[in-house]
Design a protein around this ligand. Structure first.
Ligand code: HEC
Length: 162
């Protein structure tokens, strides 16, 4: 008797687990309810101290600017794209100087500085082309470059960010 009660208990628990899982898979239960999610991952990123590291400072500015870019490109707002780009002025120069003077340490593959600088150059050339496209409010071109820029972020991080 005791044993069958126990197996019934296990069965009920299993059925409930399956039910919860199915509801979750069907997205009827929001993920946040099942897994406590840190509600501000971006704040975590920006909270990291920039100290005197121009690369981190550039990245944090770039991070904000890229989000604004995406929003502006999505609504075909060339002026908005241009404005997002201007917020980054001067950051690349500081990073370059930092690399030269040794203040900036590249976290991964630090010996491949040349390759890093080359990737950075290509990336910033795209930013310049984007500024031109934004002035013309050229929707197709703005979209193409913005997509390419995201590839640039990810490629560089894979190679040089720990
Ligand atoms: C040429 C290389 C390169 C490109 C291009 C690049 N990044 Fe980075 N990024 C880095 C490196 C290296 C780090 C790690 C720096 C460190 O931890 O010292 C980094 C770090 C970051 C961080 C974390 C900053 C922190 O506080 O820890 C963010 C966010 C970021 N990048 C966003 C972007 C975005 C968004 C783009 C594209 C729009 C981008 N990056 C393009 C090299 C790059």
């Amino acid at each position: 008797m005791e044993k069958s009660k126990f197996t019934r208990c296990i069965k009920t628990a299993m059925i409930m687990l399956v039910a919860i899982f199915s509801l979750y898979m069907a997205r009827l239960i929001p993920v946040d309810l099942l897994f406590a999610k840190s509600n501000a991952p971006t704040d975590e990123i920006t909270a990291r101290s920039q100290g005197d590291n121009p690369l981190l400072e550039e990245m944090q500015t770039l991070d904000r600017a890229y989000r604004d870019l995406v929003s502006a490109v999505a609504i075909h707002d060339g002026k908005g794209v241009y404005k997002a780009l201007t917020s980054m002025h001067g950051t690349q120069r500081k990073t370059r100087e930092g690399i030269r003077s040794g203040v900036v340490k590249i976290p991964k593959n630090p010996k491949r500085v040349k390759e890093f600088v080359q990737m950075d150059k290509v990336f910033h050339a795209d930013l310049d082309s984007l500024a031109i496209a934004a002035k013309k409010n050229d929707e197709k071109e703005m979209l193409a470059i913005t997509k390419r820029l995201l590839d640039g972020c990810v490629n560089c991080h894979q190679r040089f960010r720990k």
